[in-house]
Design a protein around this ligand. Structure first.
Ligand code: ADP
Length: 429
């Protein structure tokens, strides 16, 4: 080897209960391995000696309970060691949840109350570490053999599937630190926008649909029921955002509310829920390691996520470009537009825009670059109450030949001709 290339390998020794916080550089990936001791990334243990690859810009921490030596190969934007973390508090929460799961498992499945494990909801401002805490709680539970259900209500980012959706999936194994949650299609409902304010009613309806579906699944599955759920939420905690949080807490019958780094939100929720004796509202410190992300970074993360859906995290999927006739597809949007023409209404009445009305959409160039959801509905009436099979991305609309070209995860016919549009777009990069 030429002496000119400086080695980029370095070793970091971590004392017990400390963590190495890393932001991978913008241009190149980073390799990392556990040389000795034990360590975990957001609740998932690192295998000894094996090099792991982390993609550019990923932000994460390697935490050790008892001490470890880590080896890094590659350049980072930042890496530093911190010995002040809230991890002991977080793992104490986990221990309490474990106790409740065991009690639920031990009770008669015929008793719907006592056989229900903890329903945890994580709330807090944006960038308070909600997704990260959810992930740790799920991975720690999975490591102990439970199959908790992860529910993601954050339509802004999407940690289960693409943004614009609310979704749920059982977690059967500790979550992979790089791959995250496998992007198979779990139980997904499409809102179509990256903020609920575009259609608040629809957001509430979908939250209710998802909760109802999980309730039915739990009724027939004692194992999932005892393991309970961990619900991740949006960072919107003021005004309408707060109402939506309360609505989610009640709709999912959450009984453990974890409030991250928000004194005010904690006391508001504690007050709002004080008449519900079985609900614990717990205040938790936010980690100093949580990285703030501005609007641009968030937008980029959304775009990456959509790309990942079609192409895979490491470009390991090959999506298919398909062509369909306009007449083969039925595109709908939800809400907006007046319900009836003014002329059809009594004098003086204003046409009301019903936010949950399903409206057929003419196929034209406006669909270009939109991400559409493929509904499981078998007729338009079912669109709102149906979960979705997956997504397509419109790459061309040929008005003359009445043909639409789209990218789909695979070749062949779509599982349904009913497509849902919102405002979610993507620019393939
Ligand atoms: P929220 O869900 O509240 O918006 P996240 O949990 O997504 O926040 O955290 C924001 C970012 O900070 C993520 O990229 C996450 O990986 C990173 N992060 C969280 N905790 C740590 C930590 N202890 N050290 C380094 N990075 C962290």
């Amino acid at each position: 080897p030429s002496g000119a290339t400086a080695s980029t390998i370095k070793q970091v020794k971590l004392e017990k209960e400390s963590e190495l916080r890393i932001e991978v550089g913008n241009d190149a990936p980073l390799r990392l391995r556990l040389l000795n001791g034990t360590a975990e990334i957001f609740g998932t243990e690192l295998p000894p000696q094996i090099w792991l690859n982390f993609p550019p810009t990923l932000k994460f921490a390697v935490f050790t309970w008892y001490g470890a030596t880590i080896e890094l190969d590659g350049s980072t934007e930042t890496d530093y060691t911190a010995d002040e973390t809230p991890m002991v508090n977080y793992v104490n929460v986990h221990a309490v949840l474990e106790g409740r799961r065991s009690r639920a498992k031990a009770s008669s499945p015929d008793d719907p109350d006592s056989s229900q494990g903890p329903r945890v909801i994580v709330v807090g401002a944006t960038d308070s570490g909600k997704s990260t805490l959810s992930r740790m709680l799920l991975s720690w539970a999975a490591k102990q053999g439970w199959k908790p259900t992860y529910v993601d209500l954050d339509i802004g980012q999407g940690s289960i599937t693409i943004p614009g959706c609310i979704a749920a999936t059982p977690i059967e194994m500790p979550i992979d630190p790089v791959e995250g949650i496998p992007l198979e299609i779990p139980l997904v409902y499409y809102h179509g926008h990256t903020t609920p304010s575009n259609n608040v009613e629809l957001y509430k309806v979908l939250v209710k649909e998802l909760a109802g579906m999980l309730e039915r699944q739990f009724a027939g599955n004692a194992e999932s029921r005892a393991a309970g759920m961990v619900i991740n939420t949006m960072g919107w905690i003021e005004g309408l955002g707060y109402d939506l949080l309360l609505n989610a807490i009640r709709t999912f019958k959450a009984n453990v509310i974890l409030v991250l780094g928000q004194e005010k939100l904690w006391s508001m929720l504690k007050d709002a829920l004080k008449t519900e004796p079985k609900v614990d509202v717990v205040k938790l410190q936010k980690s100093g390691g949580v990285v703030l992300r501005n609007a641009k970074v968030r937008q980029r993360a959304r775009s990456f996520r959509i790309r990942e859906y079609f192409y895979g995290l490491a470009n390991d999927l090959s999506p298919h470009s398909n062509i369909a006739n306009f007449s083969d597809l039925c595109v709908y949007r939800v809400g907006g537009g007046p319900q009836a023409p003014r002329s059809a209404l009594p004098i003086g009445a204003e046409p009301a825009a019903d936010p949950t009305r399903v409206v057929p959409v003419n196929i034209n160039r406006d669909l270009l670059h939109l991400v559409l959801a493929v509904s499981f509905a078998t007729e338009p009436d079912e669109i709102i109450s149906s979960n979705v099979a997956g997504f397509i991305f419109v790459t061309d609309v040929d008005i003359q030949r009445k043909k639409i070209t789209y990218l789909a995860p695979s070749a062949g016919d779509l599982p349904s001709k009913y497509l849902i549009m919102g405002s979610l777009t993507w620019l393939e990069t």
